[in-house]
Design a protein around this ligand. Structure first.
Ligand SMILES: [Zn+2]
Ligand SMILES: [Zn+2]
Length: 287
């Protein structure tokens, strides 16, 4: 039995050549059975899934944290590629779990956006019907609440603070191997501490506020709703999280020294556990 956490994308809306858009793949293996759960689907997610030894057809469910394009633009590709590669035509609809709000009509509209292409492809390849998607909405949770379960793998959603974007949630994945928490996009806030209490791995979005404060005025609005590396360090230490994985890195590191600066900030905040500044396909396992 094992649970692994693979970062499918460490990027942001600003494109860089080696960082796909945001996404985290959590894989649980038990008795020869694999459960693949994807959290967000930014640009190039399908390529990273394949790089991780998975693929769109392997996904049991996709979970969305919030309705920001950088977390969603890869979802069309996930759905369409799942269908194109499903030559036996025996895959179930792609289940997409999201807080009730704008993510739901976005997901409902996925197939319609590609209707003309799908019609031509279906007729040409003599297939019946196109891809199907099953949106699953949950009410914005007051406290972390279970929104999905399969056997002994459960997923809870909890509030985070990414205003003015609302609703925005993080996720907590519970398996017999332990607990993984994913912050989604958020300020460092008490809600994350509640969601991630007792987690073995905390995947946290990370922004170096000290750098962004030096950015031109028109760039500084992002200070309103992202997680400061110093505060991450302080919070993670207080929570006693043993392993912290930083992703959604702003500004994007382009060399080892840039990556080290993220880790150094977290240390300056007081964190004494293990910190990983993720690259795409960085993978960690639960103990
Ligand atoms: Zn984002
Ligand atoms: Zn966002």
């Amino acid at each position: 039995m094992s649970t692994t956490v693979t970062i499918t994308g460490t990027g942001t809306p600003i494109p860089t050549p080696d960082r796909a858009g945001p996404g985290v793949l959590v894989t649980h293996r038990s008795d020869g059975r694999k459960t693949d759960l994807l959290f967000d689907a930014g640009r190039s997610t399908v390529m990273r899934l394949v790089g991780a030894g998975s693929g769109p057809g392997d996904l049991n469910a996709v979970f969305l944290t919030h309705h920001h394009s950088d977390h969603l633009v890869g979802l069309d590709d996930v759905l369409l590629t799942r269908w194109v590669m499903d030559r036996e035509q025996n895959l179930p609809p792609l289940q997409v779990v999201a807080p009730d709000g704008p993510c739901i009509p976005f997901v409902e509209g996925l197939c319609q956006r590609w209707a003309d292409d799908l019609e031509v492809r279906s007729a040409h390849s003599r297939r019946h019907g196109g891809p199907s998607v099953q949106p699953t909405a949950f009410a914005y949770p007051e406290v972390p609440t279970e929104v999905w379960r399969s056997g002994d793998v459960g997923v809870l959603a909890g509030q985070v603070r990414h205003e003015p974007v609302h609703p925005a949630v993080g996720y907590r994945i519970e398996t017999p191997d332990g607990v993984v928490a994913i912050s989604g996009d958020t300020l460092v806030c008490d809600e994350v501490a509640v969601l991630a209490a007792g987690a073995d791995v905390l995947v946290y979005e990370a922004m170096r506020f000290s750098e962004i404060r030096k950015a031109p005025e028109h760039r500084r609005f992002i200070l309103d709703y992202h997680a400061d590396t110093f505060l991450i360090g302080a919070q993670a230490e207080e929570m006693g999280v043993p392993l912290l994985v930083l992703t959604h890195l702003i500004p994007p590191p382009t060399c080892d020294a840039d990556e080290q600066a993220f880790a150094d900030d977290v240390r300056s905040g007081g964190y004494t556990g293990e910190v990983v500044v993720a690259s795409d396909l960085t993978s960690v396992s639960l103990p």
